[in-house]
Design a protein around this ligand. Structure first.
Ligand code: MN
Length: 283
């Protein structure tokens, strides 16, 4: 199942090149009173809602995909955890290029740990990236992103895939410079999630997915998640040893080699096997 959010906070299922509106099913979740939950209620209830979503899609009107504005597939992620240097070839390019490392200590992920991106940075592909500090290098980092489906704490890697609600493409947009990652990677719109949430049955083994991005048609990054240093299960295990992971939390698994700058006016096309593809404009 491929579940998208689009236009004015609508929910749809994606089949071929069309979206079918299933928003009415989600309205059953009701409204929430203060204090609001730390998890995403739709993602938390996704498993039980699936039969109703499928039924609603059978009768819902089909809207061509190119006519909708795609939003991020998770409305309310509690946190976004990201892996900084999780491909060996990206570590090598980061060490070799001062324009990437800026004198920061760059280490492989076991030493560098993970970092958090602000949830206010999240946008969908239809919203685009609005650059700030354009006097500095602003880079694309295309990454496999996963969304946690149920509460996880001290999960072991072998069991970790059972905690996944689905996968999407993540763009970990980054201002290069000497400051902490969380500052440089968290401006508004610097976390693009899309084009939709692909459930685990669609994706299969997350360790064998080709991940790529072009900018204005020029190939930039193209690698396989088989080269991840810490795989999806290990990242969930490690993350859940520090934090309780809640439904809707996002983990960005790290970017491969080939990161490069974007500028206003550029168009990025990102793609991951068995998930889909998305176009994102930069302004
Ligand atoms: Mn990254």
């Amino acid at each position: 199942m491929k579940i998208c959010r689009y236009d004015d906070q609508r929910i749809g299922l994606v089949h071929d090149d069309a979206v079918r509106d299933v928003t009415a099913v989600v309205e059953e979740l009701g409204s929430f009173r203060y204090p609001l939950p730390r998890y995403d209620p739709f993602i938390a209830n996704l498993q039980s809602l699936k039969p109703k979503l499928e039924a609603a899609a059978r009768t819902g009107k089909a809207i061509p995909l190119d006519r909708v504005k795609l939003l991020a597939p998770v409305a309310n992620p509690g946190k976004i955890i990201a892996a900084p240097v999780n491909y060996a070839k990206h570590l090598q390019e980061a060490l070799a290029d001062k324009g990437i490392h800026h004198g920061n200590l760059v280490n492989e992920i076991h030493k560098a740990g993970m970092f958090l991106k602000a949830t206010s940075a999240v946008v969908g592909p239809g919203e685009g990236v609005k650059l700030v500090h354009t006097d500095r290098r602003n880079d694309h980092e295309v990454e496999l992103a996963l969304v946690i489906g149920r509460t996880a704490k001290n999960v072991n890697a072998a069991a970790a895939l059972d905690y996944i609600a689905g996968y999407c493409i993540g763009l970990d947009m980054t201002i290069r410079g000497p400051e902490e990652r969380s500052l440089r990677k968290s401006p508004d719109s610097y976390c693009v999630l899309g084009p939709w949430l692909a459930t685990p049955d669609e994706v299969g083994d997350p360790g064998s997915l080709q991940v790529s991005i072009t900018v204005n048609g020029e190939p930039r990054q193209d690698a396989s998640t088989s080269d991840l240093i810490l795989g999806v299960g290990e990242l969930i295990a490690w993350g859940s040893s520090f934090y309780t992971l809640h439904p809707g939390d996002v983990i960005l698994t790290g970017t491969p080699q080939g990161v490069g700058p974007v500028k206003p006016g550029d168009t990025m096309h990102a793609r991951i096997d068995r998930i889909g593809a998305m176009q994102v404009r930069v302004s």
